[in-house]
Design a protein around this ligand. Structure first.
Ligand code: CA
Length: 488
């Protein structure tokens, strides 16, 4: 008896195979392909970027694509639960403009950033320092998270230049922005002619910004410090201001830069870009005591920045010195000199510390033909001036509160300025009666020194035209041409 074959299993429909077959048939249809291409274009367009936070439902995606053939696409109203902040919405629209632009400046404009954010934006998106290009996708990938997490301009600026969790901006983080201003601002075109000039401009401006903004002396500018300062306002003003010196505050002023660099070069006898304590001693005809110069080189005021190399000071530290010396009304200047005078670092200027500096000051006064007041008398006058909260203990807060810190400091380590204060009655800031009250002591000093530079330049030109001197054999990057010396 032959074995019986098992009955064939009944045919059963395979639902998955049927769905796949129908899907392939639908996908091959020319009408479907046209609809999918149209949908893809919309995904790459502005409307979908606006709605990127809404996750499509896979179950309805196919049905929606099919319906798109018959009916025009509608943009759903934004869901308040997933809508980002208003700035993000506005800028998301702007982001889509990147698709039509490959140029750095257009990228910047599409982000609604001030003009001179363009170099940091380009670098942060992956562009090289020497140029190259970044794609719109790179910019979108960079800028969109920033918009969604940083809710004001200061936060976006700090995140763009420093990256997430970077603990604030270092001078190196800020340098690309200043370098770009030097490279591309129409009012600074002459800087492009000499690399040393441009390099010193970047150093000077960067340190001026840190001097005014980095109130914590940490060496890194925090988001709160940016928010409290006028730096971003000054950067924005550069866009419409043909003369960078008119931006307020004057971080980018070329005349101010000229004054600082010319003072530094006058001390840098060997031209190696560094000065030692003997060089700095010659500043202002030796008016500042050598004990104070030694304190400056001790690191008391350079801890947050690169220490002077081998007992020498570069342009960056000189910027801090000159700003502090010529305008003792600023908080940073008061802190600068207080750190120098507080020898034991206990936060109080004691009688032994004042006496240490006054010993040499008395000798310098006598060398200038003046009779130095007795230390006890001077100390009593200083206490009357400062009015410390704790009798006999002068703190940093006392000096800031009294508003006459300049007079106090000059009495102990700057002989010429002390005599100048003594000639005036009553005590007050050193300024001419007709001086503009809106200008700071630094502004007045820089304007006077710049006029002096102009006069020197005119004398040199006259001497050359009279044939008494031969023209220089090589161009001097600091030989300021007439057209660069605009009034402040
Ligand atoms: Ca002390």
């Amino acid at each position: 008896m032959a074995p019986r074959k098992p009955p064939p299993s009944p045919l059963r429909p395979c639902l998955q195979m049927k769905v796949d077959e129908l899907f392939l048939r639908w996908l091959s249809d020319p009408g479907t392909q046209r609809a999918l291409r149209a949908g893809l274009r919309r995904i790459q367009g502005p409307a979908v970027i606006l709605d990127h936070t809404v996750t499509p439902n896979p179950a309805t995606a196919l049905d929606s694509a099919t319906k798109a053939i018959a009916a025009p696409a509608k943009i759903a109203p934004p869901d308040p639960a997933v809508t980002p902040n208003p700035a993000a919405i506005a800028s998301s629209t702007a982001i889509t403009k990147f698709s039509a632009s490959r140029k750095r400046n257009r990228h910047r404009a599409a982000c609604c950033c001030p003009l001179y954010w363009k170099a940091p934006l380009f670098l942060a998106a992956g562009g090289g320092a020497q140029g190259g290009f970044v794609s719109a996708r790179d910019i979108i990938g960079l800028w969109k998270p920033i918009l969604l997490t940083c809710h004001d301009e200061a936060a976006r600026f700090e995140r763009l230049l420093g990256g997430p969790g970077d603990g604030g901006l270092s001078p190196e983080d800020l340098a690309p922005l200043v370098q770009d201003v030097a490279d591309s601002h129409p009012g600074l075109s002459f800087l492009r002619e000499a690399e040393p000039l441009r390099r010193d401009y970047v150093t000077t401006v960067t340190q001026r910004v840190f001097y005014a903004v980095n109130r914590s002396w940490s060496g890194r500018i925090s988001c709160q410090e940016i928010r409290r300062s006028c730096f971003l306002q000054a950067v924005s003003q550069l866009e419409a201001e043909p003369n960078p010196g008119r931006a307020t505050p004057s971080f980018f002023s070329y005349p101010h830069f000229c004054v600082i660099v010319s003072k530094f070069q006058a001390l840098d006898a060997d031209g190696d870009g560094l000065i030692d304590r003997h060089d700095l001693r010659r500043h202002a005809d030796g008016a500042i005591s050598s004990r104070m110069i030694d304190r400056i080189f001790s690191g008391a005021v350079t801890r947050a920045r690169p220490s002077p190399e081998g007992g020498k000071m570069g342009l960056a530290d000189f910027v801090w010195f000159l700003l502090s010396e010529e305008d003792k009304t600023t908080p940073t200047s008061t802190e600068y000199w207080f750190r120098c005078m507080d020898l034991d670092g206990d936060g109080v200027l004691s009688a032994p510390e004042l006496s240490f500096f006054y010993e040499e000051q008395a000798q310098n006064l006598a060398a200038r033909g003046a009779e130095p007041p007795p230390f006890a008398d001077l100390t009593r006058q200083a206490l009357d001036l400062v009015q410390p909260r704790c009798p006999g203990q002068i703190t940093l807060g006392d000096l800031k509160r009294c508003g006459l810190a300049g007079e106090f400091f000059d009495a102990f380590f700057n002989a010429d300025k002390f005599l100048e204060h003594e000639r005036r009655e009553p005590a007050g800031p050193v300024r001419a009666p007709d001086a503009d009250p809106t200008l700071s002591d630094w502004d007045r000093f820089a304007a006077a020194e710049y006029d002096f530079l102009l006069a020197e330049e005119a004398q040199d030109d006259d001497a050359w035209e009279e044939g008494s001197e031969s023209p220089p054999s090589s161009p001097d990057p600091y030989d300021f041409a007439d057209d660069t010396l605009d009034p402040l």
